[in-house]
Design a protein around this ligand. Structure first.
Ligand code: T3D
Length: 263
């Protein structure tokens, strides 16, 4: 039996999704994309899941597209990469951005090409001290995809985004943290413990409120202030109708710890 390229484990309110082609640095094949779609759908439909944790098996996080089936003879027609993006990478980024819960990414090693931008599509990114980020696309004549041209300038500014995208240099996890590209660097041996603890903590928090926060912050990247103020009004109205808001206020007034149920 062939080994699954995506592992899904659900426990304690957290769905842990592991990219699992370690001998190819977890680079993506079409079959792996399909398994990942299935895993994300399963996590989304499971009412017990209140946080998703994404990581990679082995020494790499993800080296982007598996290039072994992209080689073509001179003069021969290669695959239509637009189809690959439309079928696989764009839906993946959209599903992480739209998932109504926090998505934590534990970057355990090198994140290259679409692998780097997949990590940056997550909500809170932790990286092992030895990990790195490479916008490898320019080295093979491609452009950053998986939302990279949108995400990178917003995270690190245009000057750094262009340098990263046009030079394809390796950015260390520590530099990525210093540039505000990721949340936090963690010592290698502590990464999964810290990421797991963070994900379990988030899974006990007001999930609807966090999902609405995510929606507002995602929308802020393109809205003007007036539109954003209107959105905040609408989402706050929705947050104010959740059971968790009622519980949060009741717990505050009673000077006790809240017990959020995520609704
Ligand atoms: O095509 C479409 O659908 C369009 C969408 C494209 C999205 C993209 O992601 S395009 C960018 C694709 N990715 C890359 O260009 C990165 C290629 N990989 C690398 O540059 C390097 O492997 C790394 C810098 C990531 C890591 O280097 P290093 O020295 O730590 O490891 P390595 O020795 O290069 O890799 C280890 C093995 O994984 C190696 O195989 P081997 O020699 O042990 O048999 C290597 O060939 C394999 N591997 C790494 N990346 C890929 C890969 N095999 C297939 N595809 C890969 N992307």
């Amino acid at each position: 039996m062939t080994e699954r390229t995506i592992l899904l484990a659900i426990a304690g309110g957290v769905a842990t999704v592991t990219l699992n082609r370690p001998d190819r640095l977890n680079s993506f094949t079409a079959a792996m994309h399909a398994e990942l779609r299935e895993a994300l759908a399963e996590a989304r439909e499971d009412a017990s899941v209140r946080c998703l944790l994404l990581t990679g098996a082995g020494r790499g996080f993800c080296a982007g597209q598996d290039l072994s089936d992209r080689a073509v003879a001179p003069g021969a027609q290669g695959p239509d990469l637009g189809v690959s993006i439309e079928t696989n990478y764009n839906p993946l980024v959209r599903s992480l951005r739209d998932l109504p819960m926090p998505v934590v990414c534990a970057v355990n090693g090198v994140a290259a090409g679409a692998g780097a931008n997949l990590a940056l599509a997550c909500d809170i990114v932790l990286a092992a001290r030895s990990a790195s980020f490479i916008q490898a696309f320019c080295k093979i004549g491609l452009i950053p995809d998986s939302g990279g041209t949108w995400t990178l300038p917003r995270l690190v500014g245009h000057a750094r985004a262009k340098g990263l995208a046009m030079l394809g240099e390796k950015l260390s996890a520590e530099q990525a943290e210093a540039w505000g590209m990721i949340w936090k660097v963690v010592d290698d041996e502590r990464l999964m413990d810290e990421a797991g603890a963070l994900a379990r903590h988030l899974a006990t928090q007001p999930t609807r409120g966090l999902a609405l926060t995510k929606q507002a912050l995602n929308a802020a990247s393109t809205n003007d202030l007036n539109t954003q103020l209107d959105l905040e009004r609408d989402l706050q109205r929705e947050a104010g109708r959740t059971e968790d808001y009622r519980e949060g206020v009741a717990a505050f007034v009673a000077k006790r710890a809240p017990n959020f149920e995520g609704r």
